[in-house]
Design a protein around this ligand. Sequence first.
Ligand code: C2O
Length: 534
Amino acid sequence: CMVRHYKFNVVMKNTTRLCSTKPIVIVNGKFPGPKIVAREGDTVLVKVVNHVKYNVSIHWHGIRQLRTGWADGPAYITQCPIQPGQNFVYNFTISGQRGTLFWHAHILWLRATVHGAIVILPKRDVPYPFPKPHKEVVVILGEWWKSDVEAVINEATKSGLAPNVSDAHTINGHGPLSSCPSQGGFTLPVKFGKTYMLRIINAALNEELFFKIAGHKLTVVEVDASYTKPFKTDTILIAPGQTTNALLTAHHAPGKYLIAASPFMDTPIVVVDNVTATATLQYQGTLASTNTTLTAPPPQNSTPIATNFTDSLRSLNSKKYPAKVPLKIDHSLFFTIGLGVNPCTTCANGIRVVASINNVTFVMPQISLLLAHFFKITGVFTDDFPATPRIPYNYTGTQPTNFQTMNGTRLYRLHYNSTVQLVLQDTGMIAPENHPIHLHGFNFFVVGRGLGNFNASKDPKKFNLVDPVERNTIGVPSGGWTAIRFRADNPGVWFMHCHLEVHTTWGLKMAFVVDNGKGPNESLLPPPSDLPKC
Ligand code: C2O
């Protein structure tokens, strides 16, 4: 194993997309940012230097951070942000993971432009559980606002209403092919007869996406850095925070084939964002004048396509990569997740859109929760997060009126190595919507999902405890539920939130606090000496 050193200069730079230029915050002058490559077992040191006017922190999304929660990155959860002119070295070891993950800013809405791939190769001489691809290509999906992203969210926060949707989606930083022809788009070159592995990352802020390539099927082999049973599909569904490795065999005659990333949104609230990102798959030997073979992206509300994809995911569960699903459960939790409205005297319409988990709208603390936990500083958080909704109701039926959320910085406490089953239930407050829920510090198994209200006596009988997919971000179906299981084998404070940035901003977030175990390697390490101060 080796130590890998990276330096991230966070800078402001004028950047042109969709034929329009604005200053954006980026790392090392690149959008998307630099790729981190490491092997399983390696230690990674990233020195982040903040040259911009904003506070900054970087999260290594999906890296387990065993005992190194200080390097996890969410601002005010595991660290105080890196202030302008300051720096911090993130230091972590990649243990028991290989595959594709990504890093992104975890403060304000900087993640829109501050993100990049993490490629974790297997240990030397350990093959993939599928034939070695000819080449591997990172494909980062994102979204682009012509206006300043921080201004977009500040405006929305003032009004109490939803922020403007982005102007277009992007593929590896390029806007749609038609959005600014003079700027060109992203081209993926391939050779006939070869197989490629696409490492697809959804780094968009607020949109789940369908990903498709005209005339080609994709074989999914890994999600969120966990191997899956390979399966073939026309369309990949990928939510913000998720990653998918898929094999693509170039089996066609020379030509150009359209690559498309289009939004999936199955909510009755009409959010019009039809700007599909497009790129080109181009075979070697294709003439410049060749027309591109097109593909129609699925309509925005294609729930059956989304469900079919989700239901096809299984963990590989081989001898070498067994699915260690917890069978005995210590904590059985039931969390409602959803949107709501609270009265607001300063808002233009007298209301504010909020989001909550078990009716708690999470309030960010002034110092990091991890510091408060480690040094036993009182008054920063309470550990009384409700295990079930205080007032049960028909979650997906007609909504109770005057249902206000309550504010709090509440955590749920877990003993080291205890096991958790968590049912995430979407609610119809305002409207049902698909929420990609991300848990820091762990992978979890997705043991069940369904539409309507979770039925505690019937639904668990149908759980898959054999080969459920293992991941770190799961789309809870609109007007439905998902059940996950994990083992609390990582001491620290771990954020859990909707990976739609707008919902996190509105309060759809909470955190688990996991106590130290008694064994020699079961406690959180002390904070690094250069940890930023608030
Ligand atoms: Cu990818 Cu808390 O985030």
